[in-house]
Design a protein around this ligand. Structure first.
Ligand code: SF4
Ligand code: SF4
Ligand code: SF4
Length: 272
């Protein structure tokens, strides 16, 4: 039974966040929202412990579809980065800003880039593509992420400076157009580079927050060097080219780890 403590602890953490936000914001939505996400993630961890091979994909679909369809399209909440800037500029500490604070800015100090492995709706689609483990080395074009990051900030700043009316509506359409562009760019890049996660590695603006914060992540994959036989299998299956056998925080591509557990599942010596 000891092995089931992890999903239980995760559920409790999410419930604590849910209750705190519900009571402080006096909005029952937060209770529902974080309870749902916590339950989905805990269920996925439970399935992973039971060695169900599609555990992570189930969580991605449960959380990703909820955010994309329910929060984005039905509730008109722009959860893309421009939505974050918008709510930040208006001083509204509501769903999108809370979402960024929890999942993408402060949360990664605790659970690294778990968001990218289990909840992101862009990656939810990209992970269906055929190039799960990249064959070729990484390209040196990661600087593109800073351009997309700046573009999102400039876009929202320009709307405010130009005093454009009904920005809320523009944000809704920006969410739809932004997602179409992300999906299209992600799929084209995946096929061009034969790498499902090429969009994550080179284009995604959110990694500007995620990478530095996940450097300090409490939760990380560690290698037991006494068991490791240096077979290289972990690196071969890693979708993010992480050198997981190096236990230092400076490991190659360490801030790219999405905690997908592919290396753990495939290590023949249970060293991870
Ligand atoms: S890097 Fe960006 S697109 Fe990729 S999973 Fe993370 S948030 Fe999603
Ligand atoms: S797969 Fe396991 S044994 Fe092989 S190099 Fe990685 S950690 Fe070591
Ligand atoms: S395979 Fe391992 S090192 Fe690579 S992203 Fe997944 S959990 Fe991280």
């Amino acid at each position: 039974m000891k092995k089931y403590w992890t999903p239980v602890v995760m559920l409790v953490i999410f419930e604590i966040v849910a209750v705190i936000l519900w009571l402080t914001k006096e909005n029952i939505f937060y209770l529902f929202n974080f309870s749902y996400i916590g339950l989905s993630i805990s269920f996925g961890v439970f399935l992973f412990i039971r060695k169900y091979k599609h555990a992570r994909r189930i969580v991605q679909l449960l959380v990703g579809l909820y955010m994309l369809i329910y929060l984005g399209l039905i509730c008109n909440e722009n959860m893309q980065i421009e939505g974050f800037w918008y709510y930040l500029f208006t001083g509204v500490f509501e769903a999108a800003t809370i979402h960024y604070a929890v999942a993408k800015i402060f949360g990664p100090l605790l659970f690294g880039r778990g968001w990218c492995g289990y909840a992101c709706w862009t990656a939810m689609v990209l992970d269906f593509l055929p190039y799960k483990g990249p064959d070729s080395p990484r390209k040196k074009i990661g600087w593109i992420r800073y351009i997309t990051f700046a573009a999102s900030l400039i876009f929202v700043t320009a709307l405010f400076l130009a005093k454009v009316g009904n920005i809320e509506r523009i944000m809704f359409w920006a969410f739809i157009v932004g997602n179409v562009i992300y999906f299209a760019a992600g799929i084209i890049l995946a096929y061009a580079f034969k790498d499902n996660r090429a969009f994550c590695k080179y284009i995604c603006p959110i990694t500007v927050f995620l990478k530095p914060m996940s450097y300090f992540s409490l939760l990380r994959i560690k290698c037991d060097m006494d068991k490791c036989v240096s077979c290289g299998k972990c690196k071969k299956v890693c979708p993010m080219n992480v050198d997981v056998t190096d236990n230092s925080r400076k490991r190659q591509n360490g801030t790219e780890c999405i905690l997908c557990m592919e290396c753990v599942k495939n290590c023949p010596k249970d060293a991870l």
